[in-house]
Write a new protein. Structure first.
Ligand SMILES: [Zn+2]
Length: 325
């Protein structure tokens, strides 16, 4: 038996309980001795059956971070644009006064893109993330999701019920996989497909849980980001680097983005409570704020339980001698 990500030898086996719906099932996972990633032992035959209609990404998310209407909203949008690394002199000025932007601008900044970019969001759910980007001025936004309930196209955002291999348009300047790669049966193949759809100078933005960090050490099989059996591979940073290499990509930048969710939901899971029965933290505001602060400290140390990665096509010797797919 070997690691499906790096080919390394399996060194440990873990029994991971289902924690979202509280089905009471337990799934065997294998831990790689080389890259440290975790993989489900047997990939379920019917993956679609794992996502019931109420699965959270398909509900329309809260419309945050919605700037208020009027001039205040317009200024806020300019400020967010600068915080996201987009060209905006007025936003820069505002940033001298306004602090603490919402989290999503951090990964947008990591993507190092522009509002002219042709963007594809793979596994877009209800399209919430594309809506945030549209508010900042992006105009060529496409989302695909095989489980999408309502297709729509308003000229700025187009959402379609498609699998990646069915997308014929392109190329794209930015392809995003927000908490998607851990759900696909062959993440290396998915990265290869995405790479083939990149425009010159294009990049991928991958966000996913990070195996082997503090949350795993603290909560083990109850760490909420394992999400058995839906997460088929939970990669370490080394695991993602290995997967990227095999897809002729290189990890160009990393930003850890764990939140208090990793704490309160894992605590809850360890206590036998499912996420569906208890979707909100049942702790004091002080406790939650302390976890939020701890998550930020861990992120700063590279120990957060999730991360955003910027991936670019590998160049030079690294790709030499490999057959393009
Ligand atoms: Zn491995």
């Amino acid at each position: 038996v070997s690691c499906r990500i790096c080919g390394g030898k399996i060194q440990a086996r873990h029994e991971v309980p289902e924690a979202m719906f509280g089905t009471g099932e337990v799934f065997p996972y294998e831990e790689c001795g080389t890259c440290g990633s975790l993989q489900i032992e047997t990939i379920p035959d019917d993956l679609d059956a794992l996502y019931p209609p109420g699965y959270y990404t398909h509900a329309r998310g809260p419309a945050r971070p919605g700037p208020p209407p009027g001039w205040r909203g317009r200024l806020e949008r300019r400020w967010l644009r600068h915080q996201a690394g987009l060209f905006d002199p007025l936003g820069w000025l505002l940033s001298l006064r306004w602090r603490h932007p919402p989290r999503f601008v951090r990964w947008l900044k990591l993507a190092r893109t522009s509002t002219r970019a042709h963007v594809l969001d793979i596994g877009c759910g209800a399209g919430t993330i594309l809506e945030w980007m549209a508010r900042l001025g992006f105009r060529r936004l496409e989302g695909i999701d095989p489980h999408l309930r309502h297709e729509r196209d308003d000229g700025t955002i187009r959402l379609r019920r498609l699998r990646l291999e069915q997308v014929l348009e392109g190329p794209f300047d930015l392809i995003m996989l927000h908490h998607v790669l851990e759900h696909v049966p062959d993440p290396i193949a998915t990265l290869r497909q995405a790479r083939a759809m990149l425009a010159p100078g294009g990049r991928l933005l991958v966000r996913m849980p990070v195996m082997g960090t503090e949350a795993w050490r603290r909560y083990g099989v109850h760490w909420i980001q394992l999400d058995a059996p839906r997460h088929l591979h939970v990669m370490t940073t080394a695991g993602l680097a290995a997967a990227a290499r095999q897809a002729r990509l290189a990890v160009d930048a990393t930003a850890f983005d764990g939140t208090s969710f990793g704490f309160w939901a894992s605590e809850q899971a360890r206590g036998g409570e499912s996420l569906t029965s208890c979707p909100e933290p049942q702790v004091s505001d002080e406790r939650l704020a302390a976890w939020e602060a701890e998550a930020e400290r861990l992120n700063a140390r590279g120990e957060g339980d999730s991360a955003a990665y910027r991936l670019v096509p590998a160049s030079g010797r690294e790709t030499a001698g490999r057959k393009p797919t």
